[in-house]
Design a protein around this ligand. Structure first.
Ligand code: MN
Length: 198
């Protein structure tokens, strides 16, 4: 198999310990090095020897199903999740994104409450997203590997609420993880760049 027909694990956008103390290097080692890497390996194994082996990830996440979809979407979701965080994250958005958040949620605090409530309240494994919908921004929750592109929405940022994202650092206290994430790690510049690309 040539390398062009194989998915690769994208590099982390910062060192493995850069999100501490909010997310530990140990969590990143497992989450990135085992979970994310495992999804990449599973996609390559499932595609090996099939006619779809050269399919691009962006195609797989909207056109595949079953185990191939689950693993391909988890590759996409995790790559997007790492970029949704920044060691110097947190604070408030600015410019066009701030205006869009205020239009969609009334205020930045209104957004934060809706996002945190969705992330804390989502039952089981999944993802909570800020998405661009029809006319305005929305908070969206998806289960397991599901992602906004399957529902006609464009993701701007995401938080992973699978237990493997926070259990080492926060045990069962998902709200503590979510609150620390939105206060200290959220990467508004990444969300703004995704909005600007629309
Ligand atoms: Mn995860």
């Amino acid at each position: 198999m040539s390398t062009s027909e194989t998915l690769h694990l994208p590099a982390l956008p910062y060192p493995r310990g850069a999100l501490a103390p909010h997310i530990s290097a140990e969590t990143v080692d497992l989450h990135y090095g085992k979970h994310h890497a495992g999804y990449v390996a599973n996609v390559n194994r499932l595609l090996a020897g099939t006619a779809r082996r050269a399919a691009a990830l962006d195609d797989l996440i909207v056109s595949s199903s079953g185990g191939l979809f689950n693993n391909a979407a988890q590759v996409w979701n995790h790559t997007f999740y790492w970029r949704s965080m920044h060691p110097e994250g947190g604070g408030d958005p600015s410019g066009r994104l701030l205006a869009a958040v205020e239009e969609g949620f009334g205020s930045i605090d209104g957004f934060r409450k809706q996002f945190v409530d969705a992330a804390c309240g989502h039952f089981g494994s999944g993802w909570v997203w800020l998405v661009a919908g029809g006319d305005s921004l929305e908070v969206m929750a998806t289960s397991n590997a599901d992602l906004p592109q399957r529902h006609g929405r464009t993701p701007l940022l995401t938080i992973d609420v699978w237990e493997h994202a926070y259990y080492l650092d926060y045990r069962n206290a998902r709200p503590a993880y979510v609150e620390r994430w939105i206060a200290n790690l959220v990467n508004w510049e990444f969300a703004a760049s995704n909005l600007a690309a629309l």
